[in-house]
Design a protein. Sequence first.
Length: 336
Amino acid sequence: MEENTNPLVSILIPLYNAEEYIGDLLEWCLRQSYKNIEVVVVDDHSTDNSYSIAKRYESERVHVLTNPKKGAQSARNYAFENSKGRFVKFHDADDYCSDNIILKQVERMLKDGDDDTIVFSSLYLIDEYGNKNTKKAYNDKDYSNPIEYIYMSQKYISLCCPHRYLLNRQTVEKVGGWKEDVLICQDGLFFTKAAEKASKMLYVDNEFAVWRVFNNNNKVHMKNTAKAKNLIHTLCEIANTLLMHRNDVEARNAASSYIGMHIFLGIDSFRPILPYVDEVCKQNGLEWTKIKSPRLGLLYSTLGWVRTTELIQGWKKVKMTFSHAFCSSLKGQHKH
């Protein structure tokens, strides 16, 4: 890699109705130990105070734009088009990272990377109580063959949150940016394609990205047939990207489980279109695995896979509702 000890890093932020978080995120950007950064915020027609809050931070280092189109993917692409950094970090508006992540990722990139390298760090999850899951993932390691990273991600249903990665600018260009017609699992598709183009993937330990899982608005856990149909096509594209490069029994099982887990989690959306799912998978030469809980064998044999899966997801929603109500109650007590 060409010697440059202080390359510009662009932090690219699509912004939509994140007034509770955008100020904290921009403060985080400005206190990064790595100082040669630019921040490009693209507001996607927010209806709350997100845009006005972001504008307060506008400076030579922070640029706040309005998306000429609509949608998170077009906002990311517009931010990229208006950025200049040699390295790029896509970052959602309601998440954050450790304060040294950019410094350490740049150092690893310059030391061991080339123009097609991707650098990444651990991903931690945070719940509505502020509790952070700090367990390291199975794939927190270097990959000389990025296809193995794709395989491991599908095998274990890996989360592909954008801000854990630092990319070369030309990698984004090779991928062709974010597909703007993808409604759900956009990050999974983009980073699968990015890994496919990469020469290697390098892991940076002791730094981390944090995903606020309770604030995820992109779930398919609603009865939305159009989104579910869109998602199954995206999942098939992700699975086939792996199988183009590694088409053995393990890889096919991983791809089948990857699709099956999304159907398991979004059964409310997928139940009305399961024949459509079967047909799309068949057209793509794929299958999907019916994910089961080993403790509920009797229910599966009595009620069938679909009904048992609905009961499992329904019970999870009930628990989540009570959890949120309890959390809100605690917050109310603290205010008094």
